[in-house]
Design a protein around this ligand. Structure first.
Ligand SMILES: Cc1ncc(COP(=O)(O)O)c(C=O)c1O
Length: 420
């Protein structure tokens, strides 16, 4: 029976009811998830939302400082450009598939930006515009990995690296990010058998969740590691522009010859308060860029042209719009770190990202889940337990600075009280 031809489909009773509607019997298929979906760990933030809902249900006054999604709006010039482009009746393609009629200015603005900001010159075949990094990271695995391959991801790390690997049928080897190494990947510690089988390695500096930063020497070592082991180095540069105290984060593509073995994922989400716009680009190794372009051509239809025009605008006026955004995070970072340090933590101020990464108090025996649960229970504050970012995130928790000053202040007050 073809359910889509059932006349009362939209008013039909819920799954499993098996009731009759008119003369037709509805068949509700209980779809068995694919084996690849069954291999996925629970999605971290879905879990957090569930915990929050449960606490609210119990009447707890919850404050969530867990998710890295900017609270402030997208800067005016970008919004104005979007409005202009979406209303531009002289552009007959403004409503059409963004992939078929791409906005050339967007890729050009990205190339200009990399040249201006990093001194990196990108050829046209070295860049592909994307609908944000998350989508591109997951799609990229399809372009590069075969079933049975190994791919290396940091732990703790952004969960989507592993999710891409699972979708491609590959296996993840987790490279631990340890405090004693400044949360940098230790290339020498990656076993030889992993190096032989691995096709790609993910890096992410400035790092989520640890807030660690890497210098150009580290990226040189990464490029050398990639070259020696025939492994593509994928640098996720999602937080490269969220920097403080005058710190400027490098791009891996600044390393001489990096485009032979590396690609970089750039996103406007966090730098320009544009998470919902879904826009970014991937640049570097031309064959990797071509692979991603092919996956995209086959699985998505690109971004609305007005969004592409607006993204070009954001990149063109980056130097004007980004510093005020970072000034807000810097102020919040200072307040959060000072509050935590006043109550016994000994944290340095992170140079970059929109997070604070801190060890859980000793009495929780290193269990980030126990700390997060107790914190929620006693104070209503939700932080992200480090274990959610992988085994090596255990013992830490993450606070996001993407909440209004007064929300952070209230949350810090409650945490400090509980610690005391
Ligand atoms: C490390 C890292 N990479 C990539 C992303 C995805 O960003 P977007 O898909 O909005 O570009 C995030 C989002 O939180 C992130 O933390």
């Amino acid at each position: 029976m073809d359910c889509h031809t059932t006349p009362n489909w939209y008013n039909a009773p819920g799954p499993g009811s098996g009731q009759r509607v008119g003369q037709e019997r509805l068949m509700w298929l209980d779809i068995e998830p694919s084996s690849r979906l069954k291999k996925l760990p629970p999605y971290l933030f879905a879990d957090l939302r569930r915990v929050e809902a449960e606490a609210r249900g119990r009447g707890v006054k919850v404050i969530r400082i867990a998710i890295g999604d900017p609270d402030n709006p997208t800067p005016d010039p970008v919004v104005e450009e979007l409005c202009r482009a979406v209303r531009d009746v002289t552009d007959p393609n403004r409503h059409r598939y963004g992939c078929d009629v791409p906005v050339e200015q967007f890729a050009q603005a990205a190339r200009n930006f990399y040249n201006r900001r990093y001194g990196v010159v990108l050829r046209e075949d070295q860049i592909v515009t994307t609908s944000g990094s998350k989508d591109a990271i997951a799609q990229f695995a399809m372009a590069v990995l075969n079933p049975g391959d190994v791919a290396i991801a940091p732990s703790p790390g952004y969960p989507t690296y592993n999710i891409g690997h699972v979708f491609a049928g590959a296996e993840t080897y987790y490279a631990p990010l340890l405090a004693q190494n400044g949360f940098l990947v230790d290339f020498d510690a990656i076993p030889m058998d992993v190096r032989r089988r691995a096709r790609l390695l993910w890096l992410n500096y400035p790092n989520n969740p640890t807030t660690a930063v890497a210098d150009l020497d580290f990226f040189r070592a990464a490029v050398e590691f990639g070259r020696q082991n025939n492994i593509l180095i994928c640098h996720d540069n999602a937080y490269g522009e969220n920097t403080y105290d005058g710190y400027k984060a490098p791009s891996i593509l600044q390393v001489e010859g990096a485009d032979e073995v590396a690609v970089e994922f750039f996103s406007l989400s966090k730098a320009c308060n544009m998470t919902g716009w879904r826009v970014g680009f991937v640049a570097g190794n031309a064959s990797a860029v071509r692979g991603l372009r092919t996956v995209k051509e086959n699985t998505d239809n690109g971004t609305l042209r007005a969004v592409q025009f607006a993204a070009a605008k954001a990149l063109d006026c980056f130097e004007q719009i980004v510093p005020p955004i970072n000034a807000v995070y810097q102020r919040r970072r200072d307040a959060v770190i000072e509050a935590l340090n006043r109550s016994g933590w000994e944290l340095e101020k992170p140079k970059a990202t929109i997070y604070v990464w801190a060890p859980v108090p000793e009495r929780y025996g290193g269990s980030s889940a126990a700390f997060a649960a107790d914190l929620l229970d006693k104070t209503g504050v939700i932080v992200t337990p480090g274990l959610g970012y992988g085994r090596w995130g255990e013992g830490f928790f993450r606070i996001s600075l993407t909440y209004p000053d007064e929300v952070l202040a209230e949350a810090m007050g409650r945490i400090v009280k509980m610690k005391a």
